[in-house]
Design a protein around this ligand. Structure first.
Ligand code: FES
Length: 83
């Protein structure tokens, strides 16, 4: 089970955390991996200038924009398998 945490601190919120969340949710539904991933919201991760900040398990990924979610999803959630 993967744990995806998205920062919803004020800086990340302004930088589009909600759009990032929705993009992940749409892909999770599309690829039917609901049972393989847990999504949670986080408070400020202390890297506000590099938001949106997300964490997949213990790996922190910065500068996440909605347009980058697909790439991250394929690599980190599907393990590079595109189907
Ligand atoms: S608000 Fe997201 S790292 Fe500070």
């Amino acid at each position: 089970m993967l744990r995806l945490s998205i920062c919803f601190g004020s800086a990340c919120h302004l930088r589009g955390a909600y759009g990032v969340l929705n993009a992940f949710k749409a892909l999770i539904t599309k690829y039917e991996v609901q049972s393989e991933i847990d999504i949670e919201g986080n408070f400020c991760q202390g890297q506000c200038t590099e938001g949106v900040v997300i964490k997949i398990n213990d790996e922190i990924i910065t500068n996440v924009a909605q347009e980058k979610v697909y790439e991250i999803f394929i690599e980190k959630v599907l393990g590079g398998k595109q189907y």
